[in-house]
Design a protein around this ligand. Structure first.
Ligand code: URA
Length: 269
């Protein structure tokens, strides 16, 4: 559990679960239990003992309660490493049970450009890093074409941190559970520009049903509940471009749009 998760946070989480009808107790100091509640990371040995739900199945908790837990954990995370630890310890997304690893981010914390994709695939689930498979290699080439690179000026993440079975699209409920973490990541990183890769990421971030074919080519804005507002450029997903290379010219125009926007924002690439 990140150290920034305080007793007060645990108390308000317990209050929330009780309001949701889940019977939880906050144990007094003593040996730490190992089975924390759904959605909460396990407590460190010397910290306050974890909450102990009497009904422990994750599915017994409503999605709204998991979203609220994600929100509280996100708010408590004072920096990116605390947020990463909070996401890794969070058990509230059903996809987590079905994959091997939590994939949070790669690249430079605080970079001017934040690339946000759909979620981990097989290679990402094996390595714990986003965009490392074939689509990731194409993404690196696309970024490099406009002077971006995950080692120097780009931060790479997803709207969902766990590989869905058979690489299906994440469900709206799964995305909603991850959203507080995504928003907090934007608050903490304060990027100058977001590149949303593919329809799933763009639609989820912009909370729209409009597809990527209509979204791409136009700048939008991503705003967090905390008030961070960042220009967002929707782009084709590199996996789509691998299937439809004839659309690479449209993607190239989108990359030039991103480059021009960064120059206008005073970002030197
Ligand atoms: N596709 C994505 O959207 N994200 C990844 O991390 C990998 C593939």
């Amino acid at each position: 559990m990140p150290q920034s998760v305080t007793d007060q946070t645990l108390q308000s989480l317990a209050d929330w679960w009780r309001a949701m009808g889940v019977d939880v107790t906050l144990p007094a100091a003593g040996p730490a239990a190992t089975d924390g509640p759904p959605g909460l990371p396990a407590a460190p040995a010397e910290g306050p003992g974890p909450l102990k739900p009497r009904r422990s199945a994750r599915a017994a908790i409503s999605p709204e309660a998991h979203i609220e837990t994600a929100r509280q954990l996100s708010t408590s995370a004072a920096d990116m490493m605390a947020l990463k630890a909070a996401i890794e310890g969070f058990d509230g997304c059903p996809l987590k049970e079905l994959c091997d690893r939590t994939v949070v981010f790669d690249g430079v914390i605080g970079a001017p450009v934040m690339v946000i994709g759909e979620g981990p695939g097989e290679q990402e689930d094996m390595t714990g890093r986003p965009f490392v498979g074939k689509a990731g290699q194409l993404l690196d080439k696309m970024l490099s074409a406009i002077g971006l690179d995950r080692k120097t000026n780009a931060f790479i993440t997803n709207v969902n941190y766990w590989r869905p079975p058979d690489n299906r699209n994440p469900e709206p409920e799964e995305l909603a559970i991850c959203r507080p973490f995504v928003e907090r990541m934007v608050d903490l990183n304060q990027p100058k520009l977001i590149l949303a890769m593919g329809g799933v990421a763009a639609k989820s971030l912009l909370e729209t049903r409009t597809g990527i074919m209509r979204l791409r080519g136009h700048e939008a804005v991503f705003t967090t509940p905390a008030g961070t507002s960042v220009p967002l450029i929707p782009m084709f997903h590199p996996a789509y471009l691998l299937r439809r290379p004839q659309d690479k010219s449209r993607s190239w125009r989108d990359l030039l749009l991103a480059k021009a926007r960064l120059e206008a924002l005073g970002v030197i690439l």
